[in-house]
Write a protein that binds this ligand. Structure first.
Ligand SMILES: Nc1nc2c(ncn2[C@@H]2O[C@H](COP(=O)(O)OP(=O)(O)O)[C@@H](O)[C@H]2O)c(=O)[nH]1
Ligand SMILES: [Mg+2]
Length: 507
């Protein structure tokens, strides 16, 4: 039933390592190795995390392209749900005792908000969907941190790996996030940063960093543009300014903060926007100017003010688009009274900022899936070795990892490891060197990696060679052993860049 995923070269190397170790370890460790192997051939697992009501489930629906995760209220919003690819749509409740039970979707094709099962017995939900997006991305919806009930917090911490007391059964069953999409709203609180620093992936104690964490600033439509200087009344300008400020707070724990209107994205992408909605919007657009103005003043006035469009139709629109989306649609109808429902839906999608989020997910996670999965696999192996009571076994696993990491093919893995060590503060470097490590290990093109966009190839090559030399001498002179390990990786990264530039110069 599970979809076998093609492993990239790094994941393959880690898988081979697991297979090689398997006959040499005890049964418990072998079971752990099998778990790592299974995960290496599964799609990348991304957890959507953040405070309760920040719009996580809404965004999950938008990304999957189906309104399947319950939003707002209901007990299922308090559970962890893993959405993965399957050939038949189905949902399973998984219990703490390992048992499971299929539950039907509700009449709208969503997971029912209430299951009629004692929530305390439930470990999590597994939803298998035929949606193509899930072929190479497994999405985990979490109840949220900062919620009032401690059960939700515990369940979320289990996915994020912040709960050290987690028993191994639920660790292997639920936990499995290799990357995180962190949802924040206008106010980033001090403990958001703490929560992020506590994020460790699945099985091991891998910190989040620019390699495997991205943040979105959700509910851009509710940002008060006047509260942000320089925004000139434009919510998107305000949002980008806020997002930049939040990036300062959250970096380097996340690669980026991207603004989005999750609600509009969900409505546009899940077929929730119907031709009846379009017709109602056309009708609203045709109202006299003063009524229109009154309606758009506030959500209450929009539904309660007396006008020809029925109140229940208006509240439906409000629920799916909020005032901002309605305002944008009315403007579009003013500009082109013949605009079709399809074009209005497209406009909502464009106004939601979802494409930018998808683009960042692609450029950060998708292109690096192999490295992220392999690094998570290695972290799991390290954790397995640490939990083994057998010293001999522990050193066999560690030695095997060391051998793998010294192979030239594993360079990219070491880069990812270095980025994580530096951003988590495990290895301290002066700020300018930290910034350099992040840049050269980042996923930009070569000029970006060198911090020299727009320069010619000769200048780039010279710079790469200079820095390669500098890092090599840093590695053997002033550095601590831990710094030296990073420095060797950075040296090699520059050396490979230089080789690449030279080859293209000759070619
Ligand atoms: N105005 C507005 N409301 C949103 C947006 N995203 C989500 N919401 C609403 O926020 C509420 C909580 O959303 P939900 O996805 O359940 O949050 P979760 O608890 O983080 O999963 C719901 O009523 C959503 O409709 C948005 O971008 N704009
Ligand atoms: Mg939710």
């Amino acid at each position: 039933m599970s979809t076998e995923h093609t492993r990239g070269p790094l994941s393959t190397a880690v898988a081979q390592l697991c297979e090689g170790l398997r006959p040499q370890v005890c049964a418990a460790t072998a079971a752990g190795l099998d778990d790592v192997l299974r995960r290496l051939s599964a799609p990348l697992q991304v957890a959507v995390a953040g405070r309760i009501k920040s719009g996580k489930s809404t965004l999950v629906n938008a990304l999957i392209g189906r309104r399947v995760a319950p939003t707002d209220v209901g007990e299922c919003t308090r559970l962890v749900t893993r959405f993965r690819y399957g050939t038949v749509d189905r949902v399973e409740v998984v219990f703490h005792d390992g048992g499971s039970r299929a539950v039907p979707f509700d009449s709208d094709g969503a997971i029912p908000a209430d299951l009629g099962i004692d929530v305390d017995r439930i470990s999590h939900l597994e939803a298998y969907l035929t949606n193509a997006v899930l072929r190479d991305l497994t999405v985990i919806d979490t109840p949220g941190l900062g919620s009032l009930d401690s059960g939700s917090v515990t369940r979320t911490e289990q996915v994020l790996g912040t709960d050290d007391e987690l028993d191994s059964v639920s660790r292997s069953a639920v936990v499995g996030a290799e990357a995180v999409l962190y949802v924040v709203t206008q106010q980033v609180r001090a403990d958001d940063r703490q929560i992020l620093s506590a994020f460790t992936s699945a099985t091991g104690s891998r910190d989040s960093g620019p390699v495997n964490a991205l943040a979105v600033l959700n509910k851009v439509d509710t940002v008060e543009p006047d509260s942000v200087s320089g925004a000139e009344g434009d919510p998107w300008r305000a949002a980008w300014t806020l997002a930049e400020g939040q990036a300062e707070v959250l970096k380097p724990r996340v690669a980026d903060v991207v603004p989005v209107v999750g609600l509009l994205a969900e409505t546009a992408e899940t077929g929730e926007f119907t031709s009846a909605d379009a017709a109602a919007l056309h009708e609203l657009a045709g109202l006299d100017a003063s009524t229109r103005e009154m309606l758009l003043m506030s959500a209450d006035l929009f539904t309660d003010w007396d006008c020809d469009v029925p109140a229940n139709v208006r509240s439906g629109l409000l629920e799916r688009m909020d005032l901002y989306g309605i305002g944008r649609a009315l403007e579009a109808i003013d500009a082109d009274p013949a605009i079709t429902a399809g074009r209005l839906r497209r406009l909502l999608l464009d106004s939601s900022g979802l494409e930018a989020v998808r683009g960042r997910l692609d450029s950060l996670f998708r292109v690096r899936t192999d490295g992220i999965k392999a690094a998570a696999g290695l972290a799991s192996l390290t954790a397995l070795a640490q939990s083994s009571g057998d010293d001999g076994e522990r050193s066999r696993v560690h030695d095997a990892i060391e051998v793998l990491l010294t192979k030239p093919e594993a360079h990219q893995l070491r880069v990812l490891e270095a980025l994580t060590l530096v951003t988590s503060g495990t290895v301290e470097l002066p700020a300018d060197l930290t910034a350099e490590v992040l840049r050269v290990g980042g996923c930009g093109d070569i000029p970006e990696q060198l911090g020299m966009s727009g320069r010619g190839p000769r200048e780039l090559a010279e710079h790469a060679l200079d820095r390669a030399k500098w890092w090599r001498s840093f590695a053997s002179l002033g550095a601590t052993p831990a710094q030296s390990r990073i420095a060797h990786v950075v040296h090699r990264a520059y050396f490979l860049i230089w080789k690449c530039l030279r080859a293209s110069g000759e070619g």
